[in-house]
Ligand binder design. Structure first.
Ligand code: A2P
Length: 334
């Protein structure tokens, strides 16, 4: 690979920091790196490749000479600056939801639809974290037995809501244990020792009663798997876990698929690790998946209430495969 000039937008955030780690770990050939964030962080040193780089405040002029822009600073920042970066000649890999459902913008999971990358017009969207880990597992099942309907319930970690949310879980946990009063800023109600069925936190529910996160799982799954007939029913829940999302997934297929055959297919599937040995109490957990790259699947079993049904438990690091790693994989393919 020829070395590329790269800008990371949101470099001080939870995903931005992981993007830097993934670029280093995978030895992405970087000729020049610009770390961009809000003016609050300007001048802050961040170590990359053995040297200290200074964070710069994001401006319209930040992208001169930049070839790859990795964006993770929120939807509003992407809406404003991704087109500016693309116009300046960069290819943007955007981790926000700003462009995901735009028909002109490819929505890519490299293990599933890498071929769509070449259709970009300067912006490629990274799917939602909960969608990525589920679709990496669903796609091989779809190719074998055609997925008709999915019912998913998520158990999502606080890191998905950013670094301040991680801090809030930490501080509130201590406050609750010490029976102290706690003034929360991020979540609508107590997250410590609780489960909150509202993601994003504080965002209004849709007229249907669904949340925005739930609709992302519905719409993005159809777009990535290129099949509008796949029905997804999602319930998204924030839990007091720092890293990795877990998902209970019920899949109805057109053709019959035994548990043994599903395990066999998934063992060979790219980006998937099967951890499924009930006799030895082996199954994936959030702690097991944290810091790792794969989408882990276990607890595979037949759903005997329908003709062709499978139940499973899918776990992955939401900041890695759910965000930073998927974005860097796209950049590598570029
Ligand atoms: P900063 O640290 O300067 O606020 P997280 O999702 O972990 O909360 O991180 C959000 C990231 O987006 C941070 O790097 C944050 O920078 C960055 N960010 C937020 N608002 C802006 C903005 N208006 N311009 C540029 N970067 C922003």
């Amino acid at each position: 690979m020829n070395a590329k000039s790269v800008a990371v937008v949101g470099a001080t955030g939870a995903v931005g920091q992981e993007m830097l780690r993934v670029l280093e770990q995978r030895r992405f050939p970087v000729s020049r790196l610009r770390l961009l964030a809000s003016p609050r962080s300007a001048g802050r040193p961040i170590r990359f490749g053995g040297t200290d780089l200074k964070v710069e405040a994001l401006t319209a002029g930040s992208f001169a000479g930049i070839e790859v822009g990795l964006f993770s600073a929120g939807g509003a920042v992407s809406k404003e600056y991704a087109p500016i970066a693309a116009k300046a000649g960069a290819v943007v890999v955007d981790n926000t939801s700003a462009f995901r459902m735009d028909p002109q913008v490819p929505l890519v999971i490299p293990e599933v639809n890498a071929r769509r990358i070449r259709e970009h017009h300067g912006i490629i969207a990274n799917p939602n974290c909960s969608t990525i880990q589920m679709v990496v597992v669903l796609n091989p099942i779809h190719l074998e037995a055609r997925v008709k309907r999915v019912v998913v319930t998520t158990f999502q970690s606080v890191s998905g809501a950013g670094m301040r949310a991680e801090q809030e879980l930490h501080d509130e946990t201590i406050a609750v244990l010490q029976k102290r009063e706690f003034r929360r800023a991020i979540f609508p109600c107590q997250i410590a020792f609780n489960a909150i069925p509202q993601i994003p936190q504080k965002a209004a529910f849709l007229p249907s009663g669904c949340t925005i996160e739930e609709m992302k799982m519905v719409q993005e799954t159809m777009k990535i798997m290129e099949d509008d007939s796949i029905r997804v029913s999602a319930t998204c829940v924030r839990v007091p876990v720092f890293r990795s999302h877990s998902e209970s997934v019920n899949v109805e297929t057109e053709r019959n698929l035994t548990v043994e055959r599903a395990r066999e297919i998934l063992r060979k599937a790219p980006g998937v690790e099967v951890v499924d040995d009930p006799a030895k109490e082996k199954y994936p957990t959030a702690v097991l998946a944290a810091g790792k790259d794969a989408s882990y699947v276990g607890r595979l079993r037949q759903d005997t209430t329908i003709p062709n049904g499978l139940d499973m438990w899918i776990v992955s690091d939401n900041i890695r495969k759910g965000a930073a790693l998927n974005a860097v994989q796209i950049a590598e393919l570029l």
